[in-house]
Design a protein around this ligand. Structure first.
Ligand code: ZN
Length: 162
């Protein structure tokens, strides 16, 4: 069976950046389970997994445009330290939190604190990065009609509905 639209795929993966640093990996953990063609994973990886079969080992290089996009300047904001109130004591570079915006909560990372100004970046941490995946396909099955309706895989490694 080859990976196609609405296949439920179980795979192990390792993600490195262009410098070879490991960013994410399923090694030593449960494999990733996703439904193909349902935007469960980034499009650039999905394209390169199409047609692969169990046992295949795939090296896939994904451009930022087909990965997590390019960084958007507007998502980088300068916030006066006073806006954090007493919590400013806990704010440090590299810290992540949810910023309340008019569009709802957005995950941001603190990228700088200087002269009473805190710089926060709401871009995805992998925005602008070329992604180097190594994937090994462990299992492929057809999605159930319920999974297709929901747009995600169910069962072990998939979406759990309580
Ligand atoms: Zn579901």
């Amino acid at each position: 069976m080859a990976i196609k639209q609405n296949s439920v795929v179980t795979m192990h993966y390792e993600l490195k950046d262009a410098q070879g640093e490991v960013l994410d990996s399923s090694k030593g953990q449960e494999p990733l389970v996703y439904m193909h063609g349902a935007s469960n994973i980034i499009i650039g990886l999905e394209e390169q997994l199409e047609g692969k079969t169990v046992g295949d080992n795939i090296e896939a290089v994904v451009s930022p445009e087909k990965g997590y996009g390019l960084p958007v300047e507007a998502l980088v904001q300068q916030v006066p330290a006073e806006a954090f109130g007493d919590e400013i004591e806990q704010i440090d570079v590299g810290m992540r939190f949810q910023a309340e915006t008019e569009q709802g909560p957005v995950p941001v990372v603190v990228t700088g604190i200087e002269d009473g100004i805190v710089t926060v970046d709401g871009n995805h941490p992998l925005a602008g990065k070329e992604l180097h995946f190594n994937c090994s396909i462990a299992e492929i099955r057809d999605a159930t009609s319920e999974e297709i309706e929901h747009g995600h895989a169910h069962g072990p490694g998939g979406h759990q509905h309580d």
